[in-house]
Each structure stands twice: as C-alpha cells, then as structure tokens.
Design a binder for this molecule. Structure first.
Ligand code: UD1
Ligand code: UDP
Length: 372
C-alpha cells in the first residue's frame, strides 16, 4: 500500500512525524512524504529533530500569507505531486489550510483520504477560524477517520459518518511526546540554561491563533504583564511564533518586563523539556492542551472555547477566556492557592498512551486487506 503523508505546519509535523517514521519502518507499506511548507523554519525544526527527509516540498510559505494564498498554493502544487505519485491513500492531519487543501486536491483525483485527528468540533464556524471549517470539510472529503477519542467518534457519527469508517486511536501527539520526553536533554538557549528553575516559578506562554489577533491578544499579553509585575518569584518564558503580527504585538506589550523572556520558537525537544520544568502553562495552542496532561502541568487556555473538552473534564485544563482580568485572576489563583494548583497537576492523559500510530497502521492494513 502506497501511503502519502502530507503536512505543512509545526503542529501537524510534530503529530505526523512518529506516524511517518512507523510507515517508513514497516515492510508492508511504501511511504511517501510531501510537505507543503506552509510554515518554513518551524516545520524544518521538526523535520530535523525526527530526521525526516520529504520526497516533495511545495515550499509555499510567504510572509504574511493570506488563507487564499495557502489554499491556492497547496491545491496547485499538490496536483502535480499526486499525478506523479498516484498513492493508494493520502494521510492528512487535523485542521490547517494544508490539511483541507490537500484533501480537496486528492478528492479531485479520486484518491482516498485518511484523516488523522478527526472529529474534534466546537460547532462555531468562526472559532477556531478557519480551523473548525477546515476540519469539518476535511471530514467530508475523507474515506477513513482516525478519531483520537470516543467523543470525537461520536461527533462524526452524529454527522452521518459510517461507524466502520471510524477508528478510535488516541492522539499521535502523545506518541511524539513520549518519544522525545524520555531522552536526556540540556538546554542550549542562554536564557533557559541560566534559568533558576529551583527558586523561580516559570510560566510557559504560547499564543498565536488568528481569532485572537488584535484586541484579545492585547488582553492576553496585558494579563501576563500584570502577573509578571505582581509576582517577583515568577519568570515568564514565551517562545514567540514567527507570525510577524504576533511578534509585533508581543514585543509592544511585553518586551519592557524584566521577568518576561520573549525568545524564538524552540525545537520540540527543548520545548517539551521546558514544559516539564515549568509551573504552569498559558496558551491558545491546541496541541499543548493534549501534551500538558501527560506532564501533569496545569494549563490556562486563552480562548473562548475549546474543541478538546476531554482535558477540561480531566481537570488539567481550564478555559480562561480572552479578558484581561479573568486571565490574571485565574493565573493568580494558581500562584497562590496550593490546593487548586494540586488539583490541576495530576498526570493522566485522556488523549492516549503513545500507541496511536500503531493503531493507525493496523487500521490501514484493515482498509488494504478488505478493500473498504
Ligand atoms: C497555522 C494554522 C493554524 C495552526 C498554526 C500552528 C491555518 C489557517 N492556520 O497558523 O491552524 O494552529 O499554523 O502554528 O492553517 N511564519 C514564518 N515562519 C514559519 C511559520 C510562520 O515566518 O516557520 C510566518 C509567516 O509570515 C506566515 C505567518 O507566520 O505568513 C503565518 O503563518 P500561517 O501558516 O499562515 O498561519 P499560522 O497563524 O501560523
Ligand atoms: N511547540 C514547539 N516549540 C515552541 C512552541 C510550541 O515545539 O516554541 C510545540 C508544542 O509542544 C506543540 C506544538 O508545537 O506540540 C503546538 O504548535 P502550535 O502552537 O504552533 O499550533 P497548535 O497546537 O495551536 O495547532
């Protein structure tokens, strides 16, 4: 079975890397890797870490690219690659514009699509934007759905997807995390090398979502500044996404604070090690809501909703919204209320146990052998 895996952004790459490694190692699959490079530097960090060499690289990224630029670039670039490779199935991941455009390009050539991380929903088409709709549309184009959780499967069933096309696998991010977290690592970054993790409480921040750009992001950064100024035993470390709009806003609100460190995006291995050493996390990232429960790190999600309610139910994650006072109050609570902190610091992950990739390979063998 010739399987072509496609991804383009950092989170897709992290979550697909362990799967591509397994496909490459399995004797009964022919693995082809195509990257769109919707992200360039942040994608290459992951390719380097997992020692993956793409067979095709569409290299589409442009500074300040619009959604239409990404969609058109992937759609036209993918046409040629699919015509050349003629895979038996194309695997896409999640909810990015790379994901949706690749699924559409494959559909145009009547090539089946396998959707990894299928079935997550907020049911609000503008939040996350455009990811909710990207994921729904990809689901409509897919022939096989790899749902991380029972809830994700149930969402697909409600939308009329046949039960025998859905496999519950867990999330491959846990496979990636366990791959990387167990290995010994020393920080190379000067700020992290010199950080006093014993006596300071490190708050790890990431923030990049399109729907947060503007007023909400200003609120989030202002709340972080408030907390940094209020607690002198706190150090905030924020590896800032390479999106120029995010960098400008983060710089304008946070760069003057002594105990706030704005650094470049970290490769996955130092990032996971930093998360493991931090006190808690403030983020609007999807992937970090799935990783933090494995490390037992409380997460304040700075969004209005989440398509990942399992981590909320497990107690590791709280929705902090996008208002300055609420975010600051919830961070303050974690810094001052030991019982609340302890309640959120339990290490138990509802997203899987590191066997998602094996389950996906088994499901693909089933598809191959039964011709479904
Ligand atoms: C994209 C995904 C989002 C995902 C996020 C992960 C879409 C619509 N959005 O959003 O779902 O959560 O990636 O980070 O698919 N840039 C660089 N170098 C890089 C990466 C980005 O310079 O390695 C800059 C470029 O100027 C680029 C901009 O960031 O134009 C925005 O990148 P883009 O992929 O359009 O959007 P993200 O907000 O990163
Ligand atoms: N991450 C990383 N380096 C960083 C910031 C994040 O390796 O500097 C990882 C993080 O552990 C998670 C993924 O990148 O696995 C999340 O990516 P991002 O926040 O770009 O996207 P999202 O999760 O919101 O889709």
């Amino acid at each position: 079975m010739k399987v072509m895996s496609v991804f383009g952004t950092r989170p897709e790459a992290i979550k697909m890397a362990p799967l591509v490694k397994k496909l490459e190692a399995a004797k009964d699959f022919e693995s082809v890797l195509c990257v769109t490079a919707q992200h360039r530097e942040m994608l290459d960090q992951v390719l380097d870490l997992f020692e993956l060499t793409p067979d095709h690289d569409l290299n589409i990224m442009k500074p300040n690219q619009t959604l239409s630029m990404i969609t058109a670039g992937v759609l036209t670039g993918m046409e040629t690659v699919l015509e050349k490779e003629k895979p038996d199935i194309v695997l896409v991941h999640g909810d990015t514009s790379t994901t949706f455009s690749t699924a559409l390009a494959a559909f145009y050539q009547k090539i089946p699509v396998g959707h990894v991380e299928a079935g997550l929903r907020t049911y609000d088409m503008y939040s996350p934007f455009p990811e909710e709709v990207n994921r729904v549309l990809t689901g409509h184009l897919a022939s096989v759905h790899f749902a991380p959780t029972v809830k994700n499967r149930d969402n697909l069933l409600k939308e009329g997807v046949a039960e025998d096309k859905i496999y519950i696998t867990g999330n491959t991010v846990v496979d990636a995390l366990l791959n990387v977290a167990g290995k010994p690592y020393e920080f190379e970054d000067d700020i992290l090398k010199n950080m006093d993790f014993e006596n300071k409480r490190v708050i790890l921040v990431t923030c990049h979502r399109r729907e947060n750009l503007g007023e909400y992001m200003m609120n989030i950064f202002s709340a972080i500044r408030d907390i940094a100024q209020e607690f002198n035993d706190v150090e905030v470390v924020y590896p800032v996404h390479l999106n120029p709009k995010v960098r400008e806003l983060a710089g304008s609100i946070l760069s003057g604070c002594e105990n706030v460190h704005l650094i470049d995006p970290l490769s996955y291995q130092p990032f996971v090690n930093l998360m493991a050493k931090s006190y808690f996390v403030i983020t609007d990232s999807g992937g970090m809501q799935e990783e933090a429960p494995s490390l037992g790190k409380p997460v304040l999600v700075v969004r209005r909703e989440t398509e990942r309610p399992e981590a909320l139910a497990a107690g590791t994650v709280k929705l902090a919204g996008v208002e300055r006072e609420t975010i600051a109050a919830m961070a303050r609570e974690l810094l001052t209320d030991a019982a609340e902190y302890a309640k959120m610091s339990k290490a138990s992950n509802p997203y899987g146990d590191g066997t998602a990739c094996d389950k996906i390979l088994e499901a693909l063998r089933g598809v191959r052998d039964t011709g479904r």
